[in-house]
Design a protein. Structure first.
Length: 284
């Protein structure tokens, strides 16, 4: 047997209650992500990849490495990458983009704004910020003197790398209207690869950075026009949701918009915003 095969984790190994509790507490404290007992099997499945990468044979070995040695400092990013959920689609929750085009952007024009600043605060592999970029690029082309920039952040370094490249399997862009694809999406010369890439003029408008929304302060600019933070708060408990929402709103200018996921709510949270459409909120 080779040395490599000797470190294949035991498929029947499981996290002890004590180790699951320690991991769950660390994950929640670091990222805000709830890790109830019902997610134990999911966590084990995600972490087996890390055991293989580190040549460890059991969860006990992994947890000893994290909590009894100094492994947590080097492993924290990889651990969080392993447990984050990165579900995303182009034009996900299209009503938000209808509001963007028909209400928010025309309002900015009436205000005489020349630069639109947007933050996609949980960008995953980039489908959301590139969707926004396609729409803003077309709108700005029709309104001379108007420009835009988009900051896209995520906690997971792996998905940020994918977003930076802007290369996707062709079926992923099926929700993108054909006129937008023709203007903003490049098809690989090797058609058999079935890959597409976001055009350079879009990629140049986006900047990517790692941001943990549990941090007390965010590196994002102040006085942004729009913040998208959709379908992330559902992974947080109520106190964490409130703290994150308050910090996000501090980065919005008066009149700017906060977009949340369709199942998320600000009920019970003291925020300087008013509801303008569904889960779209405007800072007052």
């Amino acid at each position: 047997m080779s040395a490599e095969l000797a470190y294949v984790p035991d498929a029947h190994d499981s996290l002890s209650p004590a180790n699951f509790r320690r991991l769950a507490e660390f994950i929640h404290g670091y990222s805000g992500i709830k890790m109830p007992p019902a997610k134990k099997t999911m966590l084990e499945g995600r972490l087996r990849r890390r055991l293989r990468a580190l040549h460890m044979g059991s969860f006990d070995d992994y947890c000893d490495f994290l909590f009894k040695g100094d492994g947590i400092e080097s492993e924290a990013i990889h651990l969080i990458d392993a447990v984050t959920t990165n579900k995303t689609d182009f034009f996900r929750e299209p009503a938000h983009f209808d509001y963007l085009m028909n209400k928010a952007l025309p309002g900015f024009v009436r205000e005489g704004r020349k630069q639109i600043g947007v933050w996609s605060a949980a960008c995953s592999i980039g489908a959301e910020p590139y969707t926004i970029a396609m729409l803003l690029d077309d709108f700005c082309a029709d309104h001379r003197g108007l420009d835009y920039s988009i900051l896209a952040t995520d906690l997971c370094t792996q998905v940020l790398g994918e977003a930076l490249l802007g290369i996707y399997p062709a079926p992923l862009i099926d929700p993108v209207p054909i006129p937008l694809r023709q203007r903003h999406v490049l098809v690989a010369r090797d058609r058999a690869s079935n890959l597409v890439r976001m055009a350079p003029h879009l990629r140049s408008k986006l900047s990517f950075a790692r941001q943990n929304l549990m941090d007390a302060k965010y590196a994002a600019p102040k006085d942004l026009d729009m913040i998208f933070c959709r379908n992330l708060l559902i992974y947080f408990d109520k106190p964490t949701q409130a703290a994150v929402l308050q910090r996000l709103c501090a980065h919005l200018r008066p009149g700017g918009y906060l977009f949340l996921g369709h199942s998320e709510t600000i009920v019970g949270v003291d925020l300087p915003v008013r509801t303008v459409s569904g889960t779209v909120f405007q800072k007052v």
